[in-house]
Write a protein that binds this ligand. Structure first.
Ligand code: ADP
Ligand code: NI
Length: 220
């Protein structure tokens, strides 16, 4: 038996099954492999920051199951996760902690207080890091294509502040999404470990955008 204990290992394995079956069909960037990456990153950040690794992994595995895009409502999604957690070999405090993380992590930083616990900060950072960098670039174009947005339109300025409705459905472009959201994410990271990696990934996106603009004008 390893140091994490068998019961926790079993919850992690069951959460993986649950998340896989819930997210396998999704094509909006919330697919299983997004969750896989968030779990890996959460584990790494948890080690570096001294957070509870098992708790971070379980919350990371479940974090998108409650997403409102995949459920009738945010509440219905959270209820589904809470029902699933009930009866698992976790103490009530741990269940509550996991639910708190999932319920609060997707909110934008401007409107909400920072994540209360180190584990919450770690899982939120891991999710945000998947929206910064090389994979994030791929996700933007996948999402824009799914939404029907063009790659780029120099006549269409990035929108400064948006309602959730505009953000999800309003007219924009893949390139504008970098300015509307992705380039702002590095300053919203919580932990030092994530800030370090986020900084590198951020520069990678800036380089990409620079190259993109040169190519657009036939300069490179
Ligand atoms: P989260 O995982 O925080 O819930 P979203 O659901 O907003 O994030 O986005 C999932 C992925 O799709 C992210 O990588 C994000 O950058 C990308 N994305 C979200 N909205 C848009 C958009 N309007 N245009 C292009 N990409 C988007
Ligand atoms: Ni996510």
């Amino acid at each position: 038996m390893n140091s994490m204990g068998n019961a926790k290992e079993q919850v992690i394995a069951a959460a993986e099954q649950f998340a896989r079956s819930e997210l396998e069909q999704d094509s909006t960037g919330h697919d299983w492999w997004h969750v896989y990456r968030v779990v890996k990153m959460a584990e790494r950040l948890a080690e570096e920051e001294g957070a509870d690794i098992a708790l971070c992994k379980i919350a990371a595995l479940l974090h998108d199951v409650a997403d409102e895009k995949l459920n009738p409502s945010k509440e219905a999604g959270l209820q589904k996760v809470s029902d699933w957690l009930h009866g698992k070999p976790l103490i009530e405090e741990e269940q509550d902690h996991i639910m708190e993380i999932i319920a609060t992590m997707s909110y934008s930083a401007g409107k909400n207080p920072p994540m209360r616990t180190l584990e919450g900060q770690v899982v939120q950072d891991a999710d945000r890091l998947d929206a910064i960098g090389a994979i994030a670039i791929a996700r933007v174009f996948l999402y824009a294509g799914w939404k029907g947005d063009p790659i780029h339109d120099p006549m269409l300025q990035p929108r400064e502040s948006m309602t959730m409705e505009e953000y999800r459905h309003g007219k924009s472009t893949a390139i504008n999404h970098f300015y509307e959201k992705l380039l702002k994410l590095k300053d919203k990271l919580n932990t030092n470990a994530a800030k370090r990696m986020g900084g590198e990934r951020h520069r990678y996106m800036e380089d990409y955008l620079e190259q993109f603009k040169h190519e657009w004008e036939g300069e490179l």
